[in-house]
Unconditional design. Structure first.
Length: 377
């Protein structure tokens, strides 16, 4: 944005209601856009590093590699869900900011005859939604609470009393992403649902009521949930979780790190936590598993890990799951076509001109050159 004034007559509540209605209409087609989806009947604190004194320092030395190879033929569809956000700029006179959020659901399957090819792929996109977060009279909080209670009506979710202005867009993106997750789990059966991120319960972003609904729907529809995280601050023994698998020797590796976490952290995680390398030379990820039943049996979680490796595809270089990569591409907000659309909507809906990403990058390069020049002297 170039700091222009917001268009008069902008109705924040109407914008929120439009987002809620559009998201609900988009979710209706989940389960109908592919013949291998079955639509069942409709049913009526941030992660922190655990304290050192509660850690089992010797646990890391007792972890053994669990067999981690594809087994049998692919038999499940894999559903990837991801969300994205973009800060579009500030409104004049410090009135607020404008941001864009989006979520995507992708479904892929492969057959035994084409083990390394996608047989079919389908996608549903929620958004992009361009939203004004106005600071005057805490209108940004009103917008957030309207989305929260509207998207999750019937789940016992209550409005919040405060929210950091520095996390407005990120928290709103999480609402759209969680809505996509819960609708996909409710409307799809016998699938592997892949979340981009951890399965930590009762965080600031995700109330317990939402997680309760997700876990109940997963059990009812026999859906397996896995979470893949590129970063993690969890410690296992005297190491970070992502450091429990060394780069050499190479190969697929899976290490059960759950018992090495503190007891309080174990209670705050919905599933079981592993460190995993999905391809021979890929990176290490935090890997959470939530089977639909028998969640307390370690062997059930191992079966989930092997099933995920069998049914999904993975980048040879990074080891990143194809299901989440496809969802990330579908909800990306940095493409030139998406940028033109957002710029047109910002002018039409709010009367504000959005500064292009190219101009932003030019300013960043100009600033970095200035810093480098100053440091030379």
């Amino acid at each position: 944005m170039t700091g222009e004034s917001l268009k008069s007559g902008v109705d924040i509540d109407a914008i929120a209601q439009q987002v809620i209605e559009d998201a609900r209409q988009s979710a209706v087609v989940i389960g109908r856009f592919s013949p291998f989806f079955h639509v069942p009947r409709e049913s009526s604190l941030e992660e922190r590093t655990a304290p050192e004194e509660d850690l089992d320092v010797e646990y890391i030395n007792r972890i053994k590699d669990i067999p981690f190879q594809p087994e049998g033929d692919p038999e499940h569809i894999v559903v990837g869900i991801d969300g994205s956000q973009r800060y579009c700029g500030a409104i004049a006179d410090g009135e607020g900011i404008i941001g864009a959020v989006r979520a995507a659901i992708t479904a892929t399957s492969k057959t035994a005859e084409h083990r390394f090819q996608i047989e079919s792929s389908h996608c549903i996109s929620l958004g992009p939604y361009l939203l004004p977060f106005l600071y005057r009279n805490n209108q940004y909080l009103e917008l957030y609470n309207t989305l929260l209670t509207g998207l999750f009506s019937g789940y016992g979710v209550n409005p919040i009393s405060t929210i950091s202005t520095s996390h407005l867009i990120d928290r709103t993106r999480n609402l759209i992403e969680k809505f996509a997750q819960i609708k996909a789990i409710q409307r799809i059966r016998n699938a592997i649902i892949v979340f981009d991120g951890a399965t930590t319960l009762q965080t600031v972003d995700t109330p317990k009521a939402i997680w309760d609904a997700i876990l109940e729907a997963a059990e009812r529809n026999n859906n397996t949930i896995v979470g893949v995280s590129k970063n993690s601050s969890l410690r296992v023994g005297d190491k970070f979780l992502l450091d429990t698998i060394p780069p050499f020797p190479s190969g697929r590796r899976l290490k059960d790190c759950h018992e090495g976490l503190t007891s309080s952290m174990q209670q705050r995680i919905a599933g079981r936590v592993f460190a995993a390398r999905f391809t021979e030379f890929g990176r290490v990820f935090r890997f959470d598993t939530i089977p639909p039943t028998n969640r307390n049996l370690a062997e059930t979680h191992y079966e989930v890990a092997r099933s995920f490796l069998t049914n999904d595809l993975f980048s040879r270089s990074s080891g990143y799951p194809n299901s989440v990569a496809l969802a990330d591409m579908q909800c990306n907000l940095l493409g030139s076509g998406t940028e033109r659309m957002l710029r047109a909507r910002a002018m039409q809906d709010f009367g504000v001109k959005m500064e292009s990403r190219v101009s932003i990058m030019k300013n960043l390069r100009r600033f970095s050159s200035y810093v480098v020049h100053r440091r030379r002297f």
